[in-house]
Design a protein around this ligand. Structure first.
Ligand SMILES: Nc1ncnc2c1ncn2[C@@H]1O[C@H](COP(=O)(O)OP(=O)(O)OP(=O)(O)O)[C@@H](O)[C@H]1O
Length: 304
C-alpha cells in the first residue's frame, strides 16, 4: 500500500510544528523517519495515522484520502505503534494483542478461530507466547513494547507506522524487530533515533528538521557528515562498520553553526540531495583485529 502526503502542515497555538511535507512511501518499502528531538516525527506519524487532522495538506493510502475513511476502515489498513503507548492495566498480554483484531471482530459472535490464530502467530513472532497469560502490569517496558508491536501485527495491516519502537528493547529484540520490519511485505514507516540501525534496516530515510523534510534518499545519501552536523549538531563520520554495514561514528557535539550557513529547510520542492561520500570506519574484514572501529579519512568504494 502506497502512503502519500502532500503539503502536510500542522500548527498548534500559532506555532508551526510541521510544514510543507510531501512524501511518497512505495508499497513494501521500509522507510526510516529520522530527525532530532522536536523535529516533528511523532506529529507526522500521527497525521499519517489519521489521529491528528492536518492544518493543511492531505494524506492518502493508495490515493484514497484517509480523511474519508472510518476509524474501522483505517484500522483494517494501517497500524500505528505509538511511542510510550499505554493500555488498560487489567488486561493480560494476549488480551492486548487481541485488541488488534477488534476491527475484524463481530460484535455478537466475538473473535473467530482465525482471529485467535492470528493473535497466536503475532505473539510468537514477538517471542511473547510464554508471556501470553501475564498481566499487563507485570510486564517490563520492553515486553510491553513488544506486545504493542504484536498488537499492530495482529491487525494484519497493509501499512505499519512505528514511533521509536526500539526505545525499550534490548539489542537482540532491536535487531529482531528491525529485521522483521525490513523483511515484511507491508509498507513500513518507522521513526528511529539510532542512525546506524536506521541505515542498516531501512531502504530509504526521510530527515525532518524543524518540521520540514530536508533530505530523503538511500541512507548513504542522507547520513552525510554535513547533514549530521547541521541537523543533529554532531561531529560525525559515516562509513562501513567492521561487518560492512553503513554506520555512523560520533566524534562529539558539533561546533555551533555559523549564522546563515545552516541547512535551509526546503521551502517546497524536493529536499536537497546529499553528495558526500562516506569514510571508512573499519575494514569489513577486520572485526577481530579492530574491535573499536577506527576512523580513516579515505573515501570508501560505493556499496553495490
Ligand atoms: N499538542 C501540542 N502542543 C504544543 N506543542 C506541541 C504539541 N505536539 C507537539 N508539539 C511540539 O511540536 C514539536 C514536535 O514534536 P514531535 O513530538 O512531533 O517531535 P519528535 O520529532 O517526535 O520529537 P522526539 O524525537 O523528542 O520524540 C515539539 O517542539 C513539540 O513540543
Amino acid at each position: 500500500m502506497r502512503i502519500t502526503a502532500e503539503g502536510l502542515a500542522w500548527s498548534v497555538a500559532g506555532k508551526s510544528v510541521l510544514a510543507g511535507v510531501d512524501l511518497d512511501v512505495a508499497p513494501g518499502e521500509t522507510v526510516g523517519l529520522i530527525g532530532p528531538n522536536g523535529s516533528g516525527k511523532s506529529t507526522l506519524l500521527r497525521c499519517l495515522a489519521g489521529l491528528r487532522t492536518p492544518t493543511s495538506g492531505s494524506v492518502a493510502y493508495d490515493k484514497e484520502p484517509i480523511r474519508l475513511w472510518s476509524a474501522r476502515r483505517t484500522a483494517r489498513h494501517v497500524a500505528f505503534v505509538e511511542q510510550a503507548a499505554d493500555t488498560d492495566s487489567d488486561l493480560r498480554v494476549e488480551d492486548v494483542v487481541t485488541l488488534g483484531r477488534t476491527p475484524f471482530g463481530d460484535r455478537w459472535r466475538g473473535f473467530s478461530a482465525r482471529d485467535r490464530a492470528v493473535v497466536a502467530a503475532a505473539l510468537a513472532r514477538l517471542g511473547l507466547t510464554e508471556l501470553r497469560e501475564r498481566p499487563w502490569k507485570a510486564l517490563s517496558g520492553g515486553e510491553r513494547q513488544r506486545a504493542h508491536i504484536a498488537r499492530a501485527l495482529a491487525q494484519q495491516p497493509y501499512a505499519i507506522l512505528l514511533d521509536e519502537p526500539t526505545n525499550h528493547l534490548d539489542v537482540k529484540h532491536q535487531l529482531e524487530l528491525l529485521g522483521l520490519l525490513a523483511a515484511t511485505d507491508q509498507t513500513v514507516l518507522v521513526a528511529l533515533h539510532d542512525l546506524s540501525l536506521a541505515a542498516r534496516y531501512c531502504d530509504r530515510l526521510l530527515l525532518l528538521h524543524g518540521g520540514r523534510l530536508v533530505a530523503e534518499g538511500p541512507p548513504r545519501d542522507v547520513l552525510t557528515p554535513r547533514l549530521l552536523a547541521e541537523v543533529f549538531e554532531v561531529d560525525a563520520v559515516t562509513g562501513p562498520d567492521p561487518l560492512g554495514h553503513l554506520a555512523v561514528a560520533y566524534r562529539g557535539v558539533a561546533a555551533p553553526p555559523v549564522p546563515g550557513d545552516a541547512v535551509a529547510p526546503a521551502a517546497g520542492g524536493p529536499p536537497a540531495p546529499a553528495t558526500e561520500d562516506p569514510v571508512v570506519l573499519a575494514s569489513p574484514t577486520s572485526a577481530t583485529d579492530h574491535p573499536t572501529p577506527e576512523l580513516v579519512d579515505s573515501p570508501t568504494p560505493k556499496e553495490t
